[in-house]
Design a protein around this ligand. Structure first.
Ligand SMILES: [Cu+2]
Length: 385
């Protein structure tokens, strides 16, 4: 009997450490990622720089959520909960509503939203921001893994039952409770039919979390959820709400949506524009696709979205797609920028340059944009599996 119990315990522990409940074969995006890595290896060989401290041998590897062991997943969500339990570091005069270290990140995104989306710095700003968050998890909360990513396309057919959102203790929490609500307007002519959620998230690691800032641009149509004009950085505690939508994921984040984006554009301008969608024609791109697959509050709020814990796995995938695209031609694509310094160039503004400074509002040191284009240079040392 004792032997039997020991065997069962060993089997359970082994399952936690090594297995993923949903082992998956490489898809076409993974194949493109492998090609990108092969290109990068070739590039590094032909441009060997002995002073380089970060090489492909010692670079961290960011991995897909579903490929992490259950223990690795739990370590990640535990580290996020740890950030939510630590005092903020940013000045409260700039954001009176911040209550914890996690909110510091949210407040910076709220304040900078008009100058970091549909701009030339969109990709580098969000790369640096996601990295800064990963650093905070590691340096301030003892996390020993790296930032995982949400491969949207693997779960596009059924995001609610994906390992990211199935509501288990090894997920990023599940859908919200069902509350009747109207369609969600996400672009001038695009409405998402109401899903099975809309209410508070009651399962998984973030069931008790408090969303403290905003709303600024809420899209979820439920009574009481209103913008706080002039007070968006004040304390407004409320539950995390989600309305997970396969309507969105099936339209904008399928494998063909991701591979098309990576393969069809050789210039950074059309690549980043397509990624963010053509809103007037009703297209939200893979970027909007990930955000509105989660929906709810603050997931469906353009400004406050980093207060949704899944923001960072989503933006790690945005960064991975950018990384794959860049490393199809590292020689040119790691030295190029396009776009202006205002959202949709409104008001009209100058072009972004490689010498522009990417400023994360005190979260980390400001950095030259041109030095944020290589994930194994500047402040970075990582690649993607
Ligand atoms: Cu953003």
């Amino acid at each position: 009997m004792r032997l039997y119990i020991t065997c069962v315990i060993i089997a359970i522990l082994a399952a936690l450490v090594t297995t993923s409940p949903t082992p998956r074969l490489p898809d076409e995006v993974d194949v493109l990622a492998n090609d990108a890595l092969a290109n990068l290896i070739g590039y590094e060989r032909s441009h060997r720089d002995l002073n380089q401290t970060c090489t492909l041998r010692n670079a961290a590897i960011r991995r897909e959520w579903g490929s992490l062991s259950l223990i690795e997943r739990k370590k990640y969500t535990d580290a996020m909960l740890c950030l939510m339990s630590k005092p903020p570091k940013l000045a409260s005069k700039d954001a009176p509503g911040i209550r914890n270290r996690f909110d510091d990140f949210v407040s910076v995104h709220i304040r900078q939203t008009p100058t970091i989306h549909a701009t030339g710095n969109f990709l580098t700003w969000h790369r640096y921001y996601t990295w800064a968050f990963e650093q905070a998890l590691r340096n301030e909360c003892g996390y020993d893994g790296y930032q995982p990513y949400w491969a949207w396309n693997k779960y596009a057919h059924d995001p609610i039952n994906s390992p990211l959102f199935d509501g288990s203790e090894y997920s990023l929490s599940g859908n919200g409770e069902y509350v009747p609500h109207n369609a969600t307007p996400i672009a001038p002519i695009t409405n998402v039919p109401p899903g099975r959620g809309g209410g508070c998230v009651t399962t998984g690691p973030f069931k008790n979390m408090s969303v403290n800032l905003g709303p600024v641009g809420p899209t979820l149509k439920i009574p009481g959820l209103k913008p706080q004009p002039g007070n968006e950085l004040d304390y407004n505690p409320r539950c995390l709400r989600r309305d997970i939508s396969s309507y969105v994921s099936m339209r904008w984040t399928k494998t063909s949506d991701v591979t098309g984006l990576i393969k069809n554009y050789t210039d950074i301008g059309p690549f980043q524009d397509t990624m963010q969608g053509n809103l007037t024609s009703g297209d939200i791109g893979v970027h909007g696709g990930g955000h509105y697959t989660i929906g709810g509050d603050p997931g469906g709020d353009f400004y406050v979205s980093p207060s949704e814990p899944a923001f960072y796995v989503h933006h790690a995938m945005i960064d991975r797609v950018f990384w794959i695209w860049q490393n199809r031609d590292p020689e040119t694509r790691r030295h190029t920028v396009a776009g202006t310094i205002t959202m949709f160039n409104d008001p009209q503004s100058r072009n972004t340059t490689l010498d522009d400074i990417v400023d994360l509002g005190g979260l980390v040191e400001p950095y030259r944009l041109g030095d944020l284009l290589d994930t194994t240079g500047g402040p970075f040392c990582y690649t993607y599996a």
